[in-house]
Design a binder for this molecule. Sequence first.
Ligand code: HEM
Length: 429
Amino acid sequence: GGPSPIDMVRAVPRILRAPHLFLTEVTARHGRAAAIPLPRTPVLVLADPAGVRRVLVDNARGYGKATIQYNALATVTGPGLLAGDGARWRTHRRVVQPAFHHAGLRDVAGHAVHAGRGLAAAADALAPGEPLEVLEATSRAGLEVVGHTLAAADLSRDAPLLVEAVGRALELVVRRAASPVPGTWPTPSRARLAREVATVDDVCARVLADRAARPLEDPHDLVGLMLAAGMEDRQVRDELVTFVVAGHETVASSLTWTLDLLSRNPSALDRVHTEVAALEGDPGWDDLPRLPYLRAAVDEALRLYPPAWVITRQALADDVVAGVEVPAGTLVIVCTWALHRDPALWDEPAAFRPDRFLDAPRRDHYVPFGAGPRLCIGRDLALVEEVLVLAALLRTHTVRPAGPPRPVDALVTLRPRGGLPLHVERLPG
Ligand code: HEM
């Protein structure tokens, strides 16, 4: 006989409290490719490296994005790059790709260093002994970088409004997805969501009008690229919101966990300090090859706390994944969290050991940015941004825990429950 059926009704409270742990338990008990025969939509919980490769890479065209996760996201982003698929996705990906080439990343480097110094200044401005709220501070730092990437300097005024409205809308979407009330009912939360989406639309319309009035001078400006390609306003709006959703909270989450892990691992923190102290002057683009250990620390934090803790797909046709039959229509849930902490795949999986990424090839069971044709388009940007924000901060400052480790909330990304206070102190000398 197959795996015993999972009592989903009894599981509901655990699913809501810690869905990442529930999925890990499912794969531990029922196998790394665990079929859950739910009546309407069959589900496959997947944490098997070969299976993940099959779904995301080798048979990527056999899977689409019409899943609960992406449908919910699409109520805010529309069918943008992250939530959409098919011909429109292919065209749009080609249009925006040049913004992520190396020349564009060079600009990101400068903004990242500036944002890192901003973090240091925020810490210095606190009363002595008062911890810095790191999730909030990295969120603000990330905003600065995302604003410049999207529409050159244009978003400095509108980006905070946009990000806040998008954030509130997403929170409502997540809460509504966890509620038993059907989403189509005329509840107060449905009306609030409509209001937040209307705010997002207003801000986007303003950004587009501003941008359309200027020529395309900067070839890395995302909005400019899309307008030049003749995309309709509605489509540009969807991609703009997509980049805010995909590029803002993910980076803030990952920066936060990296700082938390470094603060709790003094020997790793020492090695980072040694590395950044050896740079001449402020860090910059050319220093990236001189920061291999810091980069490995970011990689290792992304293993332990992958912001995208699940990646979902809908099977477009029957398939076989890791030996398990997958009927068309199946919801495949790739559980990045489980894959990244599987004791059969990783040595001491719970330990923070950046060394495991030094000079090591990236492997199938490490997918913080996904894999295959839908690989995160912002991966290199995010890594450049994070390494340079951290280098700029840790050149002058060090970090120390302000309390016991925080539990993890698995929402849109992984967040420390109640935020993350951290002592950020100026280094002597
Ligand atoms: C896609 C993670 C930063 C834009 C993805 C996917 C993952 C991911 C896992 C694949 C989703 C799937 O296959 O269903 C992350 C993480 C980040 C990060 C962990 C930071 C640490 C960024 C940034 C941007 C961005 C900075 C943009 C500026 C996108 C877009 C997609 C995407 C547009 C959809 C790509 C496509 O399907 O063509 N990201 N991301 N991401 N990400 Fe990121």
